[in-house]
Design a protein around this ligand. Structure first.
Ligand SMILES: Cc1cc2nc3c(=O)[nH]c(=O)nc-3n(C[C@H](O)[C@H](O)[C@H](O)COP(=O)(O)OP(=O)(O)OC[C@H]3O[C@@H](n4cnc5c(N)ncnc54)[C@H](O)[C@@H]3O)c2cc1C
Length: 405
């Protein structure tokens, strides 16, 4: 079978690419999207938090018309939030205003695919890419023998463990410090008298989230996404991600009290890439572009990948259209996403590295540094800026670490 464009993986990145591309080209070109899941976008492996368009315009000022670009139809907004709270290991809380919302991410994802399908794209569910050579990808549809699909352009949107990246020769060997293992419950029946559904809460501590953070992200007045992240070099085998989530929900002094009456609705796990984006996200030989987690296009300080997948998907769609009509090259994709997002990626990566330096396995250190942060500093951090006082202290951190244990 021959198609003009094959999109492998229909999570936020693949669905955004497919949606934007069909919006531009309609039925003029043959576009096929495949996903190994029966219902792409489900189960939702995500905290579903999305900064508001205003916050995203600050974070990515080079995204054209950011205020409109990042807007969601209100039917996909589960709840609106206006604050982020950092909880230090000993329970000190520092808060900063930050507008955002929790999405119905699965419904949004599905809606993008429905729109793309109505506009002319073909979608194959329960269909897995099993191999790729040059411009041919083998796809096993509903468990049947793989069939070859030849495409003028292939989109690798197959997530953090991308096989398309490997087959196209774009994957980089990265050690485990660049991945966060995560586990999350959706918890409901939370006591509304104890719960502020406008507050995104982030928690630091070796027993809950070594090398990362734990979170309570409200979905409504009594429901929240409650999760933990863990990086292997920092957890040093002391704790698994399941144990970390149990510790967090059952033993954290504040969270266990908050969740006393709550029940678990669902549980999911996942992997978040938190290194810099891949150096090369375009392979001209196989005509492949990588979009989303497959390209590590994630805000590494917080593990956010929804807005970046939207931007990358939109740029990929524009690039493919120009390429198909003979008006541009595929490598324009790399140039454009770097223009629009690289500054944020670099800054957030620096913050992540700084956090590693500061914490280096000690709650006391995290505590000591957090005690010195003010609201304005936390505001800098959530906007991917290193606070001035931290920049000034940077050369002395290794000496300070010797003093604080
Ligand atoms: C627990 C958790 C919480 C998170 N919380 C947030 C948050 O609050 N806010 C935020 O912005 N980001 C968050 N993230 C990150 C965000 O979810 C990801 O960055 C985002 O999902 C990336 O989208 P994607 O489409 O690139 O990859 P994915 O969502 O992983 O989608 C990849 C798709 O490819 C399919 N696929 C894989 N292999 C194949 C194959 N061989 N053939 C066919 N299909 C294949 C999969 O089935 C999947 O549907 C979180 C991540 C996790 C795991």
């Amino acid at each position: 079978m021959k198609v003009d464009v094959l999109v492998v993986g229909l999570g936020p990145a693949g669905a955004s690419t497919l949606y934007n591309l069909t919006k531009i080209v309609g039925k003029e070109y043959s576009i096929l999207g495949i996903d190994k899941r029966e219902r792409p976008g489900f189960p939702v492996q995500c905290g579903e938090f999305m900064p508001s368009p205003e916050e995203m315009a600050i974070l990515t000022p080079n995204v054209p018309d950011a205020h409109n670009f990042y807007k969601f139809n209100s039917k996909f907004i589960s709840t609106r939030t206006n604050r982020i709270s950092f909880h230090s290991p000993s329970g000190k809380v520092i808060q900063t205003p930050f507008e955002g919302y929790t999405l119905h991410r699965g419904a949004w994802n599905e809606d993008l695919l429905d729109s793309a399908e109505s506009a002319g794209a073909q979608i194959w569910r329960s269909s897995r890419a099993t191999d790729m050579k040059k411009t041919t990808t083998w796809v096993s549809r509903k468990g049947l023998s793989p069939e070859p699909i030849e495409a003028q352009v292939i989109i690798g949107a197959d997530g953090a463990r991308s096989r398309i990246a490997r087959w196209a020769g774009l994957a980089e060997k990265r050690n485990t410090e660049h991945f966060v293992y995560v586990k999350q419950h959706v918890m409901t029946n939370i006591d509304s008298s104890k719960f502020d559904p406008t507050d995104i809460q982030m928690f630091f501590g070796e027993n809950y989230a070594p090398g990362a953070y734990a979170w309570v992200i409200p979905k409504d007045g009594t429901t929240a996404n409650v999760g933990v992240g863990l990086r292997i070099p920092m957890s040093k085998g002391r704790i698994t991600v399941s144990q970390a989530l149990d510790n967090f929900t059952l033993n954290h002094p504040y969270v266990s009290e908050l969740l006393r009456s709550a029940t678990i609705e669902t549980t999911i796990g996942g992997l978040v890439p938190v290194g810099l984006p891949l150096k090369k996200t375009v392979d001209e030989n196989s005509k492949t572009l990588l979009v989303g987690d497959s390209a590590c296009q994630v805000v590494s300080s917080v593990g956010g990948g929804i807005p970046t997948a939207m931007v990358a998907g939109s740029i990929a769609a524009d690039t493919i259209h120009s390429y198909l009509i003979g008006n541009g090259s595929l490598s324009d994709y790399q140039t454009k996403w770097e223009e629009q997002m690289m500054t944020m990626f670099i800054r957030s990566y620096k913050l992540r590295q700084l956090f590693d330096k500061i914490s280096s396995g000690s709650d006391n250190r995290v505590q000591w540094y957090l005690n010195r942060l003010k609201t304005s500093d936390v505001s800098d951090v959530v906007h991917c800026r290193v606070p001035l006082k931290v920049s000034l202290a940077f050369p002395f951190i290794k000496y300070l670490n010797l003093l604080i244990n």
